[in-house]
Ligand binder design. Sequence first.
Ligand SMILES: [Zn+2]
Length: 317
Amino acid sequence: MSKYFLGIDLGGTKICCAAGNLEGNIKAQTILPTLAHEGEEAVLERIIKSVETVIGDLNASIEDVKAIGIGSPGPLDAEKGMIITTPNLPFKNFNITLPLKERFKVPVYLDNDANVAAIGEYLLGAGKGTNNMVYVTVSTGIGGGAILNGKIYRGTTSNALEVGHMTIVPDGPRCNCGNLGCAEAVASGTAIAKRAREAIESKVETSLKNYENVTAYEVFKEASKGDMVAKDILDKSLNYLGITIANIITSFDPEMVIIGGGVSQGGEIVFNKVREVVNTRNFKTMAESCKVVPAGLGSNAGAMGALALAMLESQES
Ligand SMILES: [Zn+2]
């Protein structure tokens, strides 16, 4: 009788493997360095080792494990279990689920970080009890995942909810993807920091000039102290974030939009602005029925999301 689900958060610097009971409460956890430069097979071996370590810590055996979920940076093919390519991991067109299935004889599921985070919030975080919800992460980039009718919506090519590349400003700044004015180029933490650097290099008076290295965090800090330039940068960026969320609400009519990632840590200033834009731009009924809330899972969100992926996929099969 299986008692546990496993979740593996595969990152460029560390592999985090967590075991949870059937309700998703973490019972054991281990972290190993990724050492991506050692190549595909070495990293795969460390993933296997992380699973064995966690099972050992539980005094359990692999027969006690119902399923394993893996969250990885994309792009990837969730259906095939294939990591296509990713900047910080060695895998290129590498099927990561197959060797684990062969080794452990349990179902293994893969999905990208944003979808995994969405599933984590849906089953274990702020989205518990909802049926339709969208998760948006706003940090160096912007990404997202949608749960529709209790299922993760992946789209045709596993790229649904790449909301960071929704065009928000037609002639706006160039995005890393090549397009102009993507949400990521005008509303991410990186975009906020970039606007701050532009202000520092200009002739305007701003306390941001006191910083050698400026990130979104310093912009939030100086805005809260009353610096008008920092306030203006935030107001514009958060307005663009609000428009992004309003477009998402128009598309999906969800019960809840959950915002996570570094920029969401800005707190009330972020959520007040986003709600204001949503109330202005969305149909009244949709705006009123959709809650916009901060993510519920903390620093452990990656592994808990991967665990939740294993839980959700097991429900469906
Ligand atoms: Zn883009």
